[in-house]
Write a protein that binds this ligand. Structure first.
Ligand SMILES: Nc1ncnc2c1ncn2[C@@H]1O[C@H](COP(=O)(O)OP(=O)(O)OP(=O)(O)O)[C@@H](O)[C@H]1O
Ligand SMILES: [Mg+2]
Length: 248
């Protein structure tokens, strides 16, 4: 399954979820590839990689092979990104079939994995279009605020457009609420509002605000490795179980 994590609103927990869902799936014995497709490189930085790293831009430009660039860590394969990815993105515009560069790359290796998770930037960029063209499913993460919901509306529109022209089989898998505080009235109100007014399916699992989740990247680890007994680790493992069950 190729799953893109996308929401056109920034800072809604996409990268955090790619890392920790990936680590939880790997813990369950699944073969996982994480693809950092955001020139911010947040996912890569969270695993302790630096800007001088060979990254996915070299593979997209065919200067290096996938095997030369991929890194094995926490029982997963990780295809890192650096700022160089934004330079390569500009040159991608002049390539034929520019929307299919990531799809072509993943087609050649996807049989080696059970789950490929693509961490998108919030931009409606050619890179994000590549992610949605390569993916089977999209998952959106939201904070329980109206701006995340607005980002969700925007990504739904993008998905509809991609389905029409580039990737007919793309499906919306569900919305994951992250960093929530169920003691707060607003959190419950936003969930109820979205459920009542929109046709989005939510994952049964949601991820509460958890300091271990926020700390883990500064230790170069997922929360599953950094604090296995934390609520954050447990909730991401529940999410992994939910997705494995769906994928059966
Ligand atoms: N469950 C959580 N508990 C505490 N902090 C969290 C939780 N989930 C995410 N965060 C924090 O929220 C911030 C934004 O998360 P993240 O970087 O994953 O968002 P993003 O959607 O990838 O952002 P961008 O759109 O810039 O790529 C980070 O500082 C992260 O540590
Ligand atoms: Mg991110």
């Amino acid at each position: 399954m190729i799953l893109a994590l996308a929401n056109h609103k920034g800072g809604t927990g996409k990268t955090t979820t790619a890392i920790n869902l990936g680590a939880a799936l790997a813990l369950k014995g699944k073969r996982v590839l994480l693809v950092d497709l955001d020139p911010q490189g947040n996912l890569s930085y969270s695993f302790g990689f630096d800007e001088n790293q060979l990254d996915i831009s070299y593979v997209l430009s065919e200067e290096k092979s996938f095997e030369e660039v991929v890194i094995h860590q926490e029982k997963m394969d990780i295809l890192p990104a650096t700022m160089r990815l934004s330079d390569i993105e500009l040159s991608m515009y002049s390539v034929d079939e520019r929307e299919f560069l990531l799809k072509n790359l993943l087609d050649s290796i996807k049989d080696n994995y059970d789950y490929i998770l693509i961490d998108c930037s919030p931009a409606r960029s050619l890179l994000t279009v590549n992610a949605l063209t390569a993916a089977d499913y999209v998952m959106s993460t939201i904070l329980l605020d109206v701006l995340s919901i607005q980002g969700l509306m925007h990504i739904v529109r993008t998905i509809q457009e991609i389905k029409m022209v580039l990737n007919a089989k793309l499906e919306f898998l569900g919305v994951l609420a992250v960093n929530i505080d169920l003691r707060k009235k607003l959190s419950k109100e936003v969930i109820d509002f979205v459920k009542a007014n929109y046709d989005f399916s939510f994952f049964q699992t949601s991820i509460r605000g958890n300091v271990k989740v926020a700390e883990a990247p500064s230790h170069g680890k997922s929360v599953v490795a950094y604090a296995p007994n934390s609520n954050g680790a447990k909730e991401y493992i529940l999410l992994a179980e939910e997705i494995i069950e769906f994928n059966k």
